[in-house]
Design a protein around this ligand. Sequence first.
Ligand SMILES: [Zn+2]
Length: 294
Amino acid sequence: MKSWIIYDMRNIFRLFIIITICVSCEEGDQETLNEKFIFNYNLHESLPDEWVSEFYTIIGNLENLIPATPRSYQDNMNIYSWVSNIDKPFKKHIGNTTGACICGNDKERYMVLEIPENEFKYNQLHRFSVIAHEYFHVYQMSLSESFFDGDIELKWLSEGTAASFESIYIQQFYGENYFLEAQSQVDVSAVNNPTIFEKFDLSSDKDTNYSSSVFIALALTKELQKNGKTEEEAFRLIYKDYWELNPSDDNWKQKFEELFTFSVENFYDRLSQYSNEISTVLPSEKLRIQDIFI
Ligand SMILES: [Zn+2]
C-alpha cells in the first residue's frame, strides 16, 4: 500500500484517481475486514485533558488484554464522549442518546460515554470504570453475533459480566475495591427469586448499578470453583467461553448446562443457600485479567 502511494506521489492527479477507485472498491467489498478492530474517536473538547489521556491508556490496555475480533457484522465502532453539562454535542450522529451504552440502529452500533460532570468534581472512579464496562460489551459482541443482534437478553449474565469486569479492571489498575464501593446493594431477590434478573423490565428497581447481576455472576464463578475449576478458569468460562457458544434467548439454558455442567435451575437452587452480600462472593484481589484471558 505504502509503496504505490510513494510511487504515485509523482503524479498528484493519478494518486487522486487511485484513491477514489480504492475507496469505492472497499465499500463494495463485503469480504474485506479490518485486520484489527478499529475504534473511531469522537471526544468532545468539554472532556478534561487528564481524562482524555487516561481514556486512551484504558482503551490501549483493554485492546491488549481482551482484543475485540473484527467480524463481518462489525469490525469498527465510533465512540462518542462528552461531559454531561454540554447538551448533546453529537446529536447529528447519535440523536438524543445520552448516558453510557453501546447503542445504535439498524445501520451501526456506537459507544456512548456521556460522563456526568460530578464524576470529575468528586474524582469518582466511575468516570474510568465505565470505559471498561462498555468496552467489555464490544468484546462480547465480537464473540457472539446473537449478543450483537440483541437476540439474547439474560441480563444477570450479560450485565453481570460487564459490570464485574469493570470492577476487576479497577482493582487491578487502581487498587480500589469497586465491588464494595459501588456494587454492594444486592437485592434479596438475587438469592430467592433470581429468574427476574433474566429480564431488564422485571428487575430494574432491584439492580442498583447492576449489583444484583454482579452478585449472581460472581456466585456462578464460586459454584464453578466448587466443581474444580480455578478462579481464572471460572471467569474465563463466563467472560469468554459462554459467549463463544453464541447463546440466544431460545437456547441459552441448554448452552449453560452444556458448558457449566449444571442446569440453570440447579444453579438458582444453589443461590438460595447464599446471603445477598457482595462480600461473600468477591473474587481474589490477586486475580489478574491477563490470567483470565489466556
Ligand atoms: Zn452494560
